[in-house]
Design a protein around this ligand. Sequence first.
Ligand SMILES: [Zn+2]
Length: 199
Amino acid sequence: MEYYPPSLVRLIRHLSKLPGIGEKTATRLALHILRSSDNEAKALSQSIIEVKDKVRLCSKCFGLADKDPCSLCVHPNRNTRILCVVEQPSDLVALEKSGAFKGLYHVLHGTISPINGIGPEDLKIKELMARVRNSEVEELVLATNTNVEGEATASYLRELFKDHTMLITRIASGVPMGSDLKYLDEVTIKRAMERRQNL
Ligand SMILES: [Zn+2]
């Protein structure tokens, strides 16, 4: 890398800080940027500046938005009585892409993780409580991930709202579509068996 001009080395260093990008890939990307047209390279740098400048958290759902409230929170066709709690904005996007959910979201921005020093106060849980208090939510869908921390966070929320009259549900977990039983871990198989359904 030191054989490249200093400005190129700087770009490689910045790119290699991105998740999943090692020095080799960063070098390939930097050389690609160098070969691209001035307009393309400027558009790339401009779009980085623009996301940093414009994208904020929606003050209602805490999803990513460049308007506040975001377009989902004010959409007239959404069911405002069902609130789905997710860990990250990317989980919200995944659920939206599936088209399976027509209610509103609440993004926690993480999970409770004592090992990493993350407690409920570090997540958007206070905001969730206020939201539930100030609206007519009839169902709270806990869609945190089905790993240990996601389960712990879902249990915490279930306990937190146990005196509330709304229905509290948890997304189902089990055998993923297209998977082979022999490659699944025991917890997944156990849960899939426990939550089997009538056909
Ligand atoms: Zn929103």
